[in-house]
Design a protein around this ligand. Structure first.
Ligand code: FES
Length: 893
């Protein structure tokens, strides 16, 4: 539709507002209660214009074909100016001292020519609330526009805020009336980001000195891949804000990506290499560290063979660094023994999704949740572990989508769900088969899809006969009526979506879990079809998808090209000018076993604290001890670094150049906002230098060159380049050509399996590796907390620590009472593999007989307890099920 703005004609969509037309013309209009992320309120009247014969609020008035909009209409202008003047009269003079680039209110005043001299300089002295480490409220600057309240409700879905008071005394406040820090606020920063006056601010922006640079990059916390703007002042990060209009996070973020950045200037940051002398790690020069690493790796390789060396690459590192790491281990060392932490989280997704559909990633973009009418969320707690996705799920539920949650804990989303199947840990396969049984029995099937695009239905149907609701209810300890209700919600939905996490994969039969979950999407024709929502695995670390995509795996080259295929090896050998070993290398758990048996002599670990994050920590420590030589790259002196022979000081994600791949297969640019401190360096440079010290040249002088080389050798990435990502923004893979966008939705024409069909899998339920017994009667589940991340090495060095200073053991009150454990007292937790002490937190969020803890704190080493059991197909550890014994710490001890 055409709209004429001050004489200029502009085309806008049918549902556009007058404000959309004004902005499409590139014209400025003050909009103090409007935020494009929110439903318009139309309450501040600062956007008044004439549209046709009427004075309207541009933010809410629908545009009409041919309508003439006049921004400088005297009546509208005067009324809008009056609205701003009224606000000005109620604000203190300091409201106009905020730099214009940080205050919409100051810009609005400038637009209307209102200056400080117009102020009455009202001083209400309503006070501040600085109780929260990140969200700072100055009540006197509040104009009660309501944007913060709407951000918290509509975008974050937390409903922590409200406007209180009357008339000019109306201000934002936490809904529970107490201090901000003890409110339900989850610290996403949405309210701060939307506030037009600075009433809500954050520590780095209370300082009014100018920002000197802003860099747009990709978050280095979880795998959602939020686009962030990093604002720097005096070579220090002043603030990080979500990039508005970013495709993944759409101007939203979480407390980790938004605020937890001060770790980069922590006093204990590594700024020089460490070399072990006389049993002690001491600061060294790069020359000494590089010389020692080159000499020892070469000596071990030459004396014991290349397979005596293994590398654990990093899901935190960039794609380009992972590409270089696997090139280094294959061509300079001569082994395929490289793995990454996807082994510990989503290796079952890669294996299961590849077997079911053909490719090792989720099938659809996150954006497709926008049109789902039923979400099946299995084994994931995204409001804590992937908060931006969690908020999007809440948005859909608030808009009317149905929600089925399968999780042993009563998570925030479980509490919101239409049906919560609180299935016993380890029972996923039975539950998914039970739901499939009901889809078949009640004929919630896409028959045409099953007939033409799938295989395996008859075998599956035969198996499913063993999974009637009563049988599954007995295995999973759920009500059969709830199974039926869940199956009907999923079965009757027009656009069902499946979202899942590590609660599906980190099991002894995790790959079977992925396959039987994928069955549900296939039975409904909810994958590979127009308008489908598909299946989305929530990846744990920022670049765990990319680390695997780049071939940091023991059996595949970049793009999952199999190492055993001679033609593929030959292609890489021609490009690299070195032989590529044929024999598959070791997986991470096999590396530890090989170290203890003496076959593995050296371990090279990039950016992972395996001594804290991997299961059965005692076994990992023994393996590190058994190695002759351990090299480590890290930002801090981690537990793994403590056992290393040489530690290289690493750059953080905020100091790196390259790309990450997020959980829905998007390549996104990572740009350095700062230089690394001291002599720290990025993993890309360290690998180049180690190779050079060993007399090898890895080529790829820059990250852009590394991605270009990878693309030239990998058909599914062939259309990707840094230049294209700069020009076009994030791109999904597969991206086989440079003239077409990547494939956001997979398999619309055919599946990538050898026969082009989706493969239904008949997989029986099998018990977990860990079973409770009289000695170990409880089941321990591990997971994440909102404010911390992985081993906590970054978040514990920020003010997030104030919000959760220590780990606790969640235990049901009935169990606690039986054990004589009270809230806040210490309990000894013992498994068949180790022991630790945790402070009890009594909650009904866990079921009786189950307990929960995270492993973010070295002082609460939960992985001392977890077992060596792994997924039978991929060796992914069974983190989610550990049989434990619990007893109170003896009083007085
Ligand atoms: Fe239009 Fe407030 S921005 S009324």
């Amino acid at each position: 539709m055409r709209v004429i703005v001050d004489g200029a004609t502009v085309d806008v969509p049918e549902n556009a507002t007058v404000l959309d037309a004004v902005r499409a013309c590139g014209r400025y209009l003050p909009t103090l209660c409007y935020d494009a992320r929110l439903s318009p309120r139309g309450s501040c009247r600062t956007c008044l214009v004439r549209a046709g014969s009427r004075i309207v609020a541009a933010c809410t008035a629908p545009a009409a074909e041919g309508i003439a909009v006049q921004l400088d209409d005297p009546t509208a202008h005067q009324a809008a100016r009056g609205a701003v003047e009224l606000m000005v009269s109620e604000l203190p003079a300091r409201a106009l001292e905020i730099p214009a680039e940080r205050s919409e209110f100051v810009r609005a005043c400038a637009h209307f020519g209102i200056t400080a001299s117009n102020f009455s300089g009202a001083e209400h002295d309503r006070g501040v609330d600085h109780s929260h480490p990140y969200v700072k409220l100055d009540r006197d600057l509040c104009i009660a526009c309501g944007r913060c309240v709407a951000m918290c409700a509509e975008v974050q879905g937390t409903f922590a805020l409200e406007l209180t008071g009357r008339g000019f005394d109306t201000v934002v406040a936490p809904g529970d009336g107490g201090p901000w820090v003890s409110s339900p606020c989850v610290g996403c920063g949405g309210c701060v980001d939307s506030c037009p006056t600075g009433a809500l601010s954050e520590p780095g922006l209370l300082d009014l000195r100018p920002i000197t640079s802003t860099t747009t990059t990709t978050c280095g916390y979880c795998g959602v891949g939020c686009t962030l703007d990093v604002h720097v002042r005096d070579d220090t990060i002043a603030a990080i804000t979500p990039a508005h209009g970013a495709p993944v996070n759409r101007g939203h973020a979480c407390i980790k990506g938004r605020f937890a950045h001060t770790f980069i200037q922590a006093e204990d940051r590594l700024t020089a290499p460490l070399v072990r002398h006389n049993g002690q790690l001491v600061e060294s020069t790069w020359d000494e560290a590089l010389g020692l690493v080159a000499q020892r790796l070469a000596a071990i390789r030459d004396q014991h063979g290349p397979d005596a060396i293994a590398m654990i690459s990093s899901a935190r590192a960039t794609n380009e660094e992972n590409y270089l790491a696997q090139k280094f281990i294959r061509t300079v060392i001569g082994t395929n023994s490289i793995d990454n932490c996807s082994r510990l989280c989503h290796a079952p997704s890669a294996a299961g999704l590849t077997a079911s559909f053909g490719l090792a990633g989720g099938t659809n973009p996150l954006d497709d949740l926008d049109h789902t009418d039923c979400i099946l969320l299995a084994g994931a707690n995204p409001t804590e572990a992937h908060p931006v996705v969690g908020a999007r799920i809440k948005q859909r539920v608030l808009a009317g989508a149905r929600l089925v949650v399968i999780d042993p804990r009563r998570t925030e989303l479980a509490a919101l769900a239409d049906v919560h199947l609180q299935a016993a840990p380890g029972s996923n396969v039975a539950v998914f088969n039970g739901l499939a049984h009901l889809l078949v029995e009640e004929d919630h099937l896409d028959h045409a899809f099953l007939d033409h695009r799938t295989t395996g239905f008859d075998d599956l149907a035969t198996l499913l006969a063993d999974y009637p609701p009563e049988a599954v209810a007995a295995i999973a300890d759920v009500r059969s009526a709830d199974l039926v209700a869940a199956a009907r919600l999923f079965g009757q939905a027009q656009h069902p979506a499946i979202v899942y996490g590590l609660g599906v994969t980190e099991h002894a039969h995790g790959t079977d879990g992925v396959r039987t979950l994928a069955n549900l999407a296939i039975l409904r024709g909810a994958v590979g079809t127009t308008g489908c929502c598909g299946i989305l695995p929530l990846r744990g670390q920022n670049n765990v998808q990319g680390a695997s995509d780049m071939g940091a795996l023991p059996d595949v080259l970049p793009g999952y090209q199999h190492i055993a295929a001679p033609a593929i090896r030959a292609r890489f050998e021609r490009a690299w000018g070195r032989p590529v070993p044929e024999r598959p290398g070791l997986r991470i758990p096999q590396m530890f076993d090989a170290a203890l048996s003496g076959e593995l002599r050296a371990l090279y670990v990039i950016g992972e604290d395996i001594a804290q994050s991997d299961p059965n920590s005692g076994h990992v420590r023994a393996a590190l001890d058994a190695c002759e030589f351990v090299v480590c790259h890290d930002v801090f002196r981690s537990r793994t670094a403590e056992q290393a022979s040489v530690v290289f000081p690493a750059a953080s994600f905020l100091e790196k150049d390259g790309t990450f791949v997020n959980f829905d297969r998007r390549f996104q640019r990572v740009r350095p906002a700062l230089a690394p401190p001291g002599h720290a360096s990025d993993d890309f440079n360290v690998l180049q230098q180690v190779a050079q010290a060993m007399g090898a040249d890895l080529g790829c002088p820059t990250p852009a060159a590394a991605l270009a080389e990878c693309a030239s050798l990998t058909p599914v990435f062939a259309g990707l380049s840094h230049r294209r990502l700069e020009a076009e923004g994030p791109l999904h893979w597969p991206c086989p050509t440079s003239d077409r966008p990547g494939e956001a939705v997979l398999y619309l024409d055919r599946f990538a399996t050898p026969d082009g069909k989706a493969a239904l899998a008949a997989r029986p339920y099998l018990p977990s590796g860990e079973q409770p017994d009289a000695d170990f009667p409880f089941l321990l589940i591990t997971g994440r907390r909102l404010v911390h991340y992985n081993t906590g090495s970054m978040t514990r060095r920020t003010a997030n620590l104030e919000l959760r200073p220590a780990e606790t053991l969640e235990i049901h009150p009935s169990d606690a009472a039986r054990l004589d454990i009270t809230d806040g007292t210490d309990a000894i937790i013992t498994s068949r593999w180790g022991q630790t002490v945790l402070t009890a937190h009594l909650t009904t969020d866990v079921a009786p007989g189950q307990v929960f803890a995270a492993f973010h704190f070295p002082t609460a080493p939960v992985n001392e307890l977890t077992s060596p059991h792994t997924d039978t197909a991929t060796d992914c550890p069974e983190y989610k099920v550990t049989a434990v014994h619990i007893q109170p710490v003896a009083r007085g001890s």
